[in-house]
Design a protein around this ligand. Structure first.
Ligand code: GLY
Length: 332
């Protein structure tokens, strides 16, 4: 069942010459493996293909002396601001009341973390989450309170519902069928991104507009530390995509980090977490549109990525090379 098809690689040489003196690595002939020699420099991995600019931005931020938190924040801000991306930030599909509500979190490898849930009218929830982490004694701010906190800290209110998303919503209203669109190559779902700076410092960020047409107030896995994201400099990190409820039920990202702590490779750990989901709740496996997947990385820069069903891609930047790779999967 396993398949790891290499799709596209591109050296960062063109864009990174000014910021890196090292000779860029050649594009690999096949998708990266989950184990092998520790990385020599930064490693960045994220769910789906949101474009080369995402891993490049994280890489360049690190090369210019930014922190891993800077790197993960700036990278995920790209899909947050992209009106074409219907599952993250601006342009995200709304809930069943026609409101775009955003969830995001950010975490470093020392256990510092911040999150916002059910945030409206702010384009960059990840940046608000970072401020929660850095400026407050709390971890999570929700809804109106999160919005108030954002406005007090200089964020500007804006309408996040693009004309395209509004048109899709109006189309959905014709049936009001509460069936979220299936995540696929063209419907990317959440971005979860992990970065390691080459000195063993790790961070992650996870941001989403959540499930389209969700019940108002619904919060998924993405902003929940331990579910959508977990990072520990002693071990590594993991982040999730797909149906958030399934991921929450097994504390998926925390589970993967703990499995790696106990000696599992990132790839094995991702697989075990997916097996746990369907073992505990077999109804997920019976559902045609069920999508769940994880990407993971050790503090040495070894990576893993796996989805329940075929279709998850991930973006990787390792040794200065960006790859977009098909993840392994359990079921076709
Ligand atoms: N994984 C995103 C969500 O379920 O909201």
């Amino acid at each position: 069942m396993k398949r790891r098809a290499f799709l596209k690689t591109a050296s960062l040489a063109g864009t990174a010459t000014l910021i890196s003196q090292k000779t860029p690595a050649q594009s690999p002939a096949s998708g990266p493996k989950d184990s092998g020699t520790p990385a020599q420099g930064p490693v960045i991995i994220s769910t789906w293909d949101f474009g080369r600019a995402v891993p490049e931005t994280a890489f360049q931020t690190l090369m210019k002396g930014g922190t891993v938190i800077d790197a993960v924040e700036r990278a995920v801000m790209i899909p947050e601001a992209d009106p074409e991306v219907t599952t993250v930030g601006y342009g995200g599909y709304p809930d069943r009341n026609g409101k775009v509500t955003l969830d995001a979190c950010i975490m470093n490898g020392n256990g510092d973390c911040g999150a916002v849930v059910f945030l409206e009218n702010i384009m960059h929830p990840v940046s608000v989450a970072r401020l929660v982490m850095e400026k407050t004694q709390h971890v999570v701010l929700a809804g109106e309170g999160a919005l108030q906190f954002a406005l007090e800290n200089g964020f500007k209110k804006m309408n996040l519902l693009t004309p395209d998303a509004e048109a899709a919503y109006k189309e959905w209203l014709k049936t009001s069928d509460y069936k979220p669109p299936q995540a696929s190559e063209h419907n990317h779902d959440t971005i979860g991104l992990l970065a390691m700076d080459g000195k063993g410092n790790m961070a992650g960020a996870c941001t989403t507009s959540g499930m389209a047409w969700k019940i108002r107030g619904r919060v998924g896995d993405s902003p929940l530390i331990g579910a959508g994201l977990y990072v520990d400099n002693d071990v590594g990190g993991a982040t999730a995509t797909g149906i958030g409820e399934a991921v929450i039920k097994v504390a998926g990202s925390f589970l993967i980090v703990e499995l790696m702590r106990n000696g599992k490779s990132p790839q094995e750990a991702c697989r075990i977490a997916l097996e746990r989901i369907v073992h505990k709740q077999p109804r997920y496996a019976e559902k045609d549109g069920f999508v769940a997947g994880f990407v993971a990385m050790t503090k040495e820069g070894q990576i893993g990525a796996m989805s329940y069903r075929k279709g998850l891609r991930y973006s990787l930047c390792k040794d200065g090379v960006v790859s977009i790779v098909d993840a392994d999967y359990m079921v076709k």
